[in-house]
Design a protein around this ligand. Sequence first.
Ligand code: NAP
Length: 303
Amino acid sequence: MDTESTSTDPVPVPVTVIGLGLMGSALAAALLDRGHPVTVWNRSPEKARPLADRGARVAATPAEAVAASGLVLACVLDYDAVHTVLDPLADAAGLTGKALVNLTSGAPEQAEAMASWADKHGAGYLDGGIMTTPPGVGSPEMMFLYSGSDEVFRAHRPVLAALGDPMYLGSSPGLASLYDSALLGLMWATFSGWLHGTALVTSDGTAATDFTRIALRWLNGAVSGFLTTYAPQVDAGHYPGDDATVDVQIAAIGHLIHAAHARGIDNALPELIRSTMERAAAAGHGSDSYAGVIEVLRGPARR
Ligand code: NAP
């Protein structure tokens, strides 16, 4: 496969971007900002115009786009769309020797299958998870998770750094999407808990912005400290309840449910959390720390 970029210097490296939706356009723009020669292709050609105005070369076909660069980034709706675009040229050996970095969201199993497909067609394959939205692309604060070919990752790391902080998780191609899914689950649970708490305090007249200042201090300080304490407990399979037990938190969440109910707020979220804690207690984890709840979340093979 092509390995044009081998140093950490931001030397210009030709890159092709397939897919110019919100995310693909942001990826191409960040690469142009760093001075890389960028070739783009999108199913709806009009989306290429703003990038052409900034110096991107617009390819007429996916085959022409892929032929232009050794490094090809794909960011379309889903894996079916990746196959729709790339299958015809793969069948014509158009991917041979290319490094394909797929930043399209999918399931780990889809990433594994696509890595095998790319290998069959002579391409090195890296799967990616983008842990930001388009406005965050280009910021070194934002994580881009990668898994699959370490050869592709090492060769193209300096170019990938134009998009965000590139983090390599391992050679198993599904790892990036596994982490991506897990981190999005964490984000949605956090959003929902924050919105439930915001509904509670705003119903008594507090501004969401005032509550959120307090909430962020709670998350960044105490709550992140709890996670740091509980992760080694999960690894050890031993959850000493020497800070706050599941039993005491079952009682505490009753106060939240009472206060929210009294204000007419939807309680589906805390009810779910309470019933999960109750299942953990019934399974013998009532005197464990909250980390013991993982025992009722895990599949049977890991219990
Ligand atoms: P989007 O704005 O809806 O763009 C979708 C892209 O996929 C467009 O380029 C579209 O082409 C193309 N596409 C869809 N079906 C196609 C098909 N059958 N054949 C060829 N091209 C097809 O979505 P997006 O926000 O850019 O997201 C793209 C990927 O990035 C998704 O997998 C998404 O989950 C992931 N992602 C997005 C974000 C985010 O914040 N937006 C964050 C992380 C990951 P047309 O322009 O012709 O419709």
